[in-house]
Design a protein around this ligand. Structure first.
Ligand SMILES: N[C@@H](CCC(=O)N[C@@H](CS)C(=O)NCC(=O)O)C(=O)O
Length: 217
């Protein structure tokens, strides 16, 4: 199988989630870095939404959406499983992954993007503050979810599942970009342990990884 090509942006948490998953699985990818302000024409050909990540498999096949790309990775490669083997645990993990993406990752990274690139005309003027307060409100739910296992992962077991790995970009970026938003370790000890465990994995280095600029291709 030729090395798959991942269209990526190093600041994208969804591209970061895919890079982390490939590293956990020990599968090589060719990384193409986009500049979100000047997206290459080829990106829209591969993905009409013009978003990253996109996995280009060959001239005619591209997989869009970070979770779909990770599912493809799991289905096509052996090695460390990204999902639990048990169907009940697997379904639970899929639901938790969705929650991490929608409630943790999106609230934080959208607030950063809106702060950096500015609000759209239709956005609420306090959108950045709203998104951050939504994130703060989610820590107690995260604490409850993590308290159901012996830790540090969302599903009981030695290794993280994709539901955990999806939070790696948040675990790395939150203390680096907005230390004041890091959940209080005394109030949320399980969340603190979870984010630390993600940061300690070698795969967390992928959060910062940049590819070769798309313009060079
Ligand atoms: N649900 C998508 C989200 C992808 C996404 O929002 N990508 C962002 C970067 S983090 C993007 O390319 N946004 C461009 C835009 O919204 O115009 C996934 O999981 O892949």
């Amino acid at each position: 199988m030729p090395t798959p090509r991942l269209w990526s942006w190093n600041l994208s948490p969804f591209a970061g989630k895919v890079r982390v998953a490939f590293a956990e699985k020990d599968v090589a990818i060719e990384l193409v870095e986009i500049d979100p302000r000047q997206r290459p024409k080829r990106l829209r050909e591969l993905n009409p939404t013009n978003r990253v990540p996109v996995l280009e498999l060959d001239d005619r096949t591209a997989v869009r959406e970070s979770t779909a790309i990770c599912e493809w990775l799991e289905d096509t490669h052996s090695g460390t499983p990204l999902w639990p083997a048990d169907p009940d645990a697997r379904a639970t993990a899929r639901g938790l992954l969705r929650w991490v993406d929608d409630e943790l990752t999106t609230n934080f990274f959208l607030s950063m993007r809106k702060e950096a690139f500015g609000l759209e005309d239709e956005d609420h003027p306090e959108l950045v503050t709203l998104l951050r307060s939504r994130l703060q409100q989610r820590w107690s739910t995260a604490e409850q979810l993590l308290s159901r296992t012996d830790g540090p992962w969302l599903i009981a077991g030695e290794a993280p599942t994709l539901a955990d790995l999806a939070a790696a970009p948040l675990a790395v970026r939150l203390p680096a970009w907005k230390p004041d938003l890091v959940p209080d370790a005394e109030a949320f000890p399980q969340v603190d342990a979870w984010l630390s465990a993600l940061r300690e994995r070698p795969s967390s280095a992928e959060v910062d990884r940049r590819g070769a600029p798309a313009a060079d291709r």
